[in-house]
Design a protein around this ligand. Structure first.
Ligand SMILES: [Zn+2]
Length: 198
């Protein structure tokens, strides 16, 4: 009897093996810079390794993807890049220091405010607990502002997987909220799209 079990389309991310991953662990060399990163400043979504020659154990010059990074790993990088303070007077910005609150910009006398004024949460708790990776077959990265029902604006950051007839699957990377208005939410979304190479 055939053991050909059809994958459940609702769990396609978990069940479809990454066709690009290294399968022969003996050939895995040191970590390499991602070769197809869309830009220098973007956050890597996967980990690449140098491939060794099985006889000489020297690098062959080839690289191959070892794995997709986990959603949580990518989110932590994204959060770090967005966690900046911006001067309300001159627009100067820099990374936020731990515990920093209402500090002055000595250069111009303005006051720094947090870019992430309300929250910027990561992947769904279950995805985080299970250390789920970025879906290797993502088709689009969607980063968009949404006007809240009662107050505030939200920022959705998602990988979208096209499962054909089963429809589109949204895998959440982050969910942000701001009270600084629609334009600020749109700016948060724009930065996410840029940083992720959308
Ligand atoms: Zn300033």
């Amino acid at each position: 009897m055939s053991q050909n079990v059809r994958a459940d389309p609702t769990s396609a991310v978990e069940t479809q093996a990454d066709p690009y991953a290294i399968t022969d662990k003996d050939l895995v060399g040191e970590v390499s810079t991602p070769i197809c990163a869309p830009g220098h400043d973007t956050i890597p979504l996967d980990v690449w390794r140098k491939i060794l020659d099985p006889n000489t154990r020297q690098s062959t010059g080839y690289v191959k993807r070892e794995r997709m990074r986990t959603l949580e790993e990518v989110f932590q990088d994204l959060h770090k890049r967005l966690d900046v303070v911006i001067c309300d007077k001159c627009g100067h910005e820099r990374p936020r220091k731990a515990g920093e609150y209402c500090s002055k910009h000595k250069g111009c006398g303005g006051e720094y405010s947090w870019f992430l004024d309300e929250y910027f949460h990561g992947p769904d708790p279950l995805e985080r607990t299970n250390k789920n990776p970025v879906p290797h077959n993502w088709r689009w990265i969607a980063c968009y502002p949404v006007t809240g029902g009662s107050e505030g604006h939200y920022v959705h950051v998602e990988f979208i997987v096209d499962n054909g007839k089963a429809g589109l699957e949204h895998v959440r990377l982050a969910l942000g909220k701001t009270f600084k208005g629609f334009d600020h939410a749109a700016e948060m979304a724009r930065r996410c799209a840029r940083l992720l190479g959308a």
